[in-house]
Ligand binder design. Structure first.
Ligand SMILES: Cc1cc2nc3c(=O)[nH]c(=O)nc-3n(C[C@H](O)[C@H](O)[C@H](O)COP(=O)(O)O)c2cc1C
Length: 334
């Protein structure tokens, strides 16, 4: 293992690590990331791709950072799985906010994460995790699993809390309100539509493909309807679970480093959830309206900034969505 870790990392191995990283979820599957690898420094850098931001739904680039954080967690998991020790620095250069993170491999002088930690054990789940916009069963996630998911979030510096019944009802209402706001906002409608893809006429490498929209919901499905005001031919209706199991992911602060931590925590939670046989989807609409975002906050703790609303449960796996080729998102330098 050690010999392998300290050998020069060839370009094929570098490319494989980034291919693993970009299986991450991102808002509207925009994949707003750019990776570089310096052979001399044995260091990956992760940059934001501002051309893939959502100026209307995500003016602060909070969601963009979440997606990049998820890709960063994947990179760490893949590196650990390949036998590397990693040292990760968030926002290493205050003068360039677009430089989101550096991951150094096998540097003896930096503080390392433990090798063979829980992270490399999640590696197998990278390609199993997908967003599922299908109805889930009314089966309760056991407390043991809920606690393990909360622990996974905690390890990455975020707090995962399953919503109690009254708060869940309130959040479901907020999601419906936010969907209504979105629908009345032509700019946001157009922005979201620009990231949906008709796979009958094209073979996309980004965006949300029509086959991943899931069925249209009856009642208050806590689901973003990517079809917007359009009707998708052949799309089915389905009854969603009456008591969706929702959880919020929160951080103490609300700046770029917190968003990157939240993204890593999100992905760690999702990978562990996948290993536990769970599927999940997201409902971030109320987080995209500042006046609604405050109300999503857990009334028990009253503290923290909600970064993500997750729906978890037992149900059908979602379909695989496309990714851009690694060559488009990776530069290797001497
Ligand atoms: C910050 C963020 C916000 C998201 N918001 C939503 C959402 O509100 N509704 C939804 O259905 N999916 C949401 N997603 C999921 C993405 O659409 C999904 O990750 C992407 O299409 C790729 O598909 P995959 O997760 O199956 O790989 C979000 C993802 C991220 C990272």
């Amino acid at each position: 293992m050690l010999t392998h870790a300290h050998a020069t990392l060839d370009d094929t191995a570098v490319t494989a690590l980034v291919a693993d990283a970009i299986t991450a979820p991102s808002m509207h599957n925009a994949q707003p990331w750019q990776f570089a690898y310096s052979r001399a420094r044995r260091t990956f850098t992760l940059r934001a791709d501002p051309t893939r931001a959502m100026p209307l739904a995500d003016p602060t680039t909070r969601a963009l950072h979440l997606g990049c954080g998820a890709a960063l967690l994947n990179l760490r998991a893949a590196a650990a799985h390949a036998g590397h020790r990693t040292a990760t620095t968030l926002l290493p250069d205050p003068a360039s906010p677009g430089l989101l993170a550096e991951v150094r491999l096998d540097t003896p002088d930096a503080p390392h994460e433990l090798l063979n930690g829980a992270l490399s054990g999640l590696y197998r789940m990278l390609r199993e995790r997908r967003t599922s916009r299908y109805p889930f069963a009314e089966r309760r996630i056991p407390d043991r699993v809920r606690a393990a998911l909360a622990e996974a979030a905690h390890r990455e510096g975020a707090r995962l809390a399953f919503l109690t019944t009254p708060h869940r009802e309130a959040v479901l209402d907020l999601i419906v309100h936010a969907e209504g706001y979105d629908r009345m906002d032509d700019g946001r409608e157009a922005e979201q539509r620009a990231w949906t893809r008709d796979t009958h006429t094209s073979a996309p490498t980004d965006g949300v493909p029509d086959y991943a929209f899931g069925p249209a919901g009856r009642g208050a499905a806590p689901m973003r309807d990517f079809a917007g005001r359009r009707t998708v031919p052949g799309r089915r209706y389905a009854a969603f679970e009456r008591r969706p199991q929702l959880a919020t992911l929160s951080t103490t602060g609300d700046g770029p480093a917190d968003w990157l931590r939240a993204g890593q925590a999100l992905q760690r939670v999702l990978l562990l959830a996948t290993r536990e046989g769970l599927v999940g989807s997201f409902a971030t609409q109320p987080l995209e309206w500042p006046d609604l975002r405050w109300l999503v906050r857990d009334p028990r703790s009253g503290a923290g900034h909600v970064q993500m609303v997750l729906r978890l449960g037992y149900g059908p796996q979602g379909p695989r969505t496309p990714r851009r080729p690694v060559a488009e998102v990776l530069t290797i330098t001497p």
